[in-house]
Ligand binder design. Structure first.
Ligand code: CO
Length: 130
């Protein structure tokens, strides 16, 4: 597996984008994941590095609740796999608590699944089929 992106929860997407553009990142894609109540800007730097800025569409959304509880900052790490079901099965067998027992549609047309942060010392993991 390789690191696919780092997810960052933000209050103001435009302000957050401006900060990373200073570092030379560019907007690779931007849009909404309505089912998750989130607006996403996927930024790309040199090489494979991507940052996923996540701004909630309302307070009663997963990212809205995250911001209310913890404030803006690191939200998740996403890892790319070619075999999402296989990776989920292997992690489940290793004792991982899955947030998503089956893949769901994520940003950019990728199938994704989240694992509970209790499995990774407090870090939310996302698996991306890519
Ligand atoms: Co993500």
């Amino acid at each position: 597996m390789r690191l696919h992106h780092v997810g960052i929860a933000v209050e103001d997407l435009e302000a957050a984008k401006a900060r990373y553009l200073l570092l030379g990142f560019r907007v690779e894609a931007e849009g909404e994941v309505a089912a998750q109540g989130v607006r996403v800007a996927m930024l790309r730097g040199e090489g494979e590095a991507r940052l996923e800025l996540l701004a909630p569409l309302g307070p009663e959304t997963p990212v809205g609740r995250f911001l209310a509880k913890r404030g803006p900052g690191l939200h998740h790490l996403a890892f790319a796999t070619l075999d999402l079901e296989g990776a989920l099965a292997a992690l489940r067998a290793a004792g991982a608590r899955l947030v998503d027992k089956t893949p769901r549609p994520g940003f950019g047309g990728h199938r994704v699944a989240f694992l509970h942060p209790s499995f990774a010392q407090g870090v939310l993991w996302e698996l991306v089929e890519a």
